[in-house]
Design a protein around this ligand. Structure first.
Ligand code: KIV
Length: 277
């Protein structure tokens, strides 16, 4: 059965880890649901993993809707969070309109936005509109250039206190979950213990209430770079290349297709057909 916002809160209270994984299309969503993950994120990481961009910045609302719809069709019994892409939540009106689209047209159960205290009025507005919202702090890829690149955040005491306060005000504004990306384990633990809403870590250590990873990273389908926090559970890239090589060879050598892959027709009709000029 599809989990609810309350289920996630209960999982935190009962110290049951929450698993979140990204998916960007129908087959991966089906597989994630079959595996029993608690939550699917249609992350704007799709900009890099499936659209081939250098970052998440070029991803548009249309891209997000295009990928959210098949994920929701493939995993109808799994809670789906969709990312608000860069520049789609510049003010409250845009935030409400675009979040409404992800929920209404895309079928998402919740939206996620990046940023700390600057986002609280948007989180409040979403909450008032009845749209569940996941916050995302620490390394926020949409504004990574402002943070000095893809670097661990909150390493100094001052920076960690800013992130701790951000997490508290986002919870107060109504976020029901918060993603902590690339922060020291001690900060992940402190934020997790300071909040009543679940924290979902990605490179935020072992004490977060749950974990999220990019599905292409854990399956060996994205070779450009591999952050330290990724665990690769399978290496499908070489398996796929081997299968495609075999297909290529069999087509070239005419060993595929075989008789079992072909359709037949009635013998009499076949005979007449072949006799045609
Ligand atoms: O876009 C994404 O996949 C994300 C996760 C890495 C948290 O935001």
């Amino acid at each position: 059965m599809k989990k609810t916002v309350l289920d996630f809160r209960n999982m935190k209270e009962n110290d049951i880890g929450i698993s979140m994984i990204t998916a960007y299309d129908y087959p991966m969503a089906q597989l994630a649901e079959r595996a029993g993950v608690d939550c699917i994120l249609v992350g704007d990481s799709l900009g890099m993993t499936v659209l081939g961009y250098e970052s998440t910045v070029p991803v548009t609302m249309e891209d997000m809707l295009h990928h959210t719809r098949p994920v929701c069709r493939g995993a109808s019994q799994t809670f789906v969070v969709a990312d608000l892409p860069f520049m789609s939540y510049m003010n409250v009106a845009d935030t409400l309109r675009n979040s409404g689209r992800l929920v209404q047209e895309g079928g998402a159960d919740a939206v996620k936005l990046e940023g700390g205290r600057a986002q609280i009025h948007k989180v409040r507005a979403l909450n008032r509109a009845g749209i569940p919202v996941v916050a995302h702090i620490g390394l926020t890829p949409q504004t990574a250039s402002q943070l000095g690149g893809f670097k661990v955040q909150g390493k100094s005491l001052d920076d960690s206190l800013v992130l701790l306060e951000d997490a508290k005000v986002l919870q107060e504004a109504g976020a029901f979950m918060i993603v902590l990306e690339a922060v020291p384990e001690t900060l992940g633990e402190k934020i997790t213990k300071s909040l009543s809403i679940p924290t979902i870590g990605i490179g935020a250590g072992r004490e977060c209430d749950g974990q999220v990873l990019v599905v292409h990273d854990i399956l060996g389908l994205f070779e450009r770079f591999q952050p330290k926090f990724v665990k690769q559970y399978a290496n499908l890239g070489p398996l796929i290349v081997d299968a495609l090589k075999q297909y290529d060879q069999e087509v070239k050598s005419r060993t595929f297709p075989e008789e079992k892959h072909c359709f037949s027709m009635e013998a009499e009709a076949a005979k007449i057909l072949l006799e045609q000029p």
